[in-house]
Design a protein around this ligand. Structure first.
Ligand code: GUN
Ligand code: ZN
Length: 429
């Protein structure tokens, strides 16, 4: 049992922040040896309940939940910042050539290591992650995640048409590879499998149907894809699937909307699409740095809140421009202004933070497991140094409320703010 004393940020069941200026986080193994939060709260009361706990004191620091990135592509680590007039040429000119190299296990392993180093330096402890169409990319990812004791989700990309040689897969083989990878990795340690059709335009009907069948057969796997990101993409999907009511409805028709289904972007939606998201328990991964970089559009936060869709924040690296959750939260703040009908200050800082931690965990079906520091949660947490840079030190010292403190970190923070990332270990008996 270990106790950590610092300021402590958590969230309540309504997603509202709970902040102890002088807090204590108590961590210890559960029956299976997995380290979890045992108690959390004000130092005075938690230490009184556990007088024997050895306390590590981090004065002037903030303990906060590890961030959850709801949508990222590990094989696109090296194509961050590739300029393009839009999504489809970006895929053709940069993405597919870069991804074709992941047939090679050594390359996949090398990039997976860089990717996890980068995630952890930026305070991201869980991500829902695209691999490539090559099973070797999934294998490399899970092996590296397992070695680091991380809670991570990925899957082999399914793309059997409208894709160049080198990334295009074959329908039957792609589905049997997917099932073999589910059986090999899903539920092993903290690893989870996501059935991952790239997006409807690059999968045949047979592949989408097969993906839906696997999603029904393995109901606690995730489903992970893209939808309604870019106007040219939407037009293309509508041409390819003229019988569907909307682009989103294509996925519904193949049994690919349910709890634990996550679609990146969800920009060019109407209210019927939003209701379909809500009614099926499907979540949106909102990726504002990517949407601004590729000129895709603006996620409608008000629309999602009005209908009651589940959503959380995501980097979408390499379409997105940063691994840092602070960059993503700031971009979400900017995007939250677009189409705003009520006067005010876009999204509250604590809500941006929630959407990248506990809210993202809830959208993934992992509430109470990650993304928060309430008792029972796995002990994935960050130690933030609010004085990490001269400007952060000046601004955070002047904060007069929790919202001001969080906003100073969102606006000025980067990987330097994350002094330490602590990952829950499994202690073998
Ligand atoms: N749509 C299909 N594939 C991709 C991808 O790799 N990135 C993004 N942003 N959108 C996509
Ligand atoms: Zn993406």
């Amino acid at each position: 049992m270990q106790a950590y004393r610092a300021s402590l940020l958590r969230f309540d069941a309504a997603g509202q922040p709970v902040f102890d200026e002088d807090g204590l986080l108590l961590v210890g193994p559960d029956a299976a040896g997995r380290q979890r939060v045992l108690d959390a709260g004000a130092f005075a009361s938690v230490s009184a309940r556990h007088p024997d706990a050895a306390v590590t004191h981090w004065p002037g620091r903030i303990i906060a939940p590890g961030f959850v990135d709801m949508h990222i592509h590990f094989p696109q680590t090296d194509i961050i910042g590739a300029p393009s007039e839009g999504l489809l040429p970006w895929l053709e000119n940069y993405t597919f050539p870069a991804e074709s190299r992941f047939a090679e296990p050594a390359h996949a392993a090398e990039v997976a290591d860089v990717f996890f180093d980068e995630l952890l330096r930026n305070g991201v402890t869980t991500s829902l992650t695209f691999a490539t169409s090559h099973p070797a990319s999934v294998q490399a990812f899970f092996e590296a995640a397992q070695q680091r004791s991380l809670r991570m989700i990925t899957g082999k990309v399914l793309q059997d048409r409208h894709s160049p040689d080198g990334v295009r897969d074959q329908t039957e083989q792609s589905l049997s590879d997917t099932e073999a990878l589910i059986r090999r990795w899903h539920g092993v340690d903290r690893l989870g499998y996501a059935i991952t059709p790239r997006f409807a335009p690059t999968s045949s009907n047979a592949q989408l149907r097969g993906a839906g069948d696997l999603a029904a057969k393995y109901p606690d796997t995730w489903i992970h894809s893209h939808v309604a990101e870019n106007k040219d993409e939407v037009r293309w999907a509508r041409e390819l699937f003229p019988g569907a009511r909307s682009y989103l409805d294509v996925y519904q028709g193949f049994g690919l909307m349910r709890e634990r289904a996550v679609y990146a972007h969800c920009i060019h939606f109407d209210d019927d699409d939003r209701r379909l998201m809500r009614e099926t328990g499907t979540a949106a991964a909102v990726s504002p740095t990517s949407n601004l970089f590729l000129g895709s559009g603006f996620f409608d936060f008000e629309g999602a809140d009005r209908i009651g869709c589940a959503y959380g924040l995501a980097s979408d690296v390499g379409g997105g421009t940063s691994f840092s959750p602070f960059s993503t939260m700031l971009a979400a703040y900017y995007v939250g202004r677009e189409g705003q009908t009520k006067p005010g200050v876009s999204i509250a800082p604590s809500q941006l933070w929630w959407r990248h931690t506990g809210g993202a965990a809830r959208a993934l079906g992992l509430e109470g497991v990650i993304g928060n520091l309430q008792p029972g949660c796995e002990a994935d947490f960050l130690v933030l140094d609010p004085k990490a840079t001269p400007m952060l030190a000046r601004k955070t010292a002047r904060a007069e409320s929790l919202e001001e403190l969080l906003f100073a970190m969102i606006v000025l923070g980067d990987d330097r703010l994350v002094e330490r990332t602590v990952v829950s270990q499994a202690l073998s008996a």
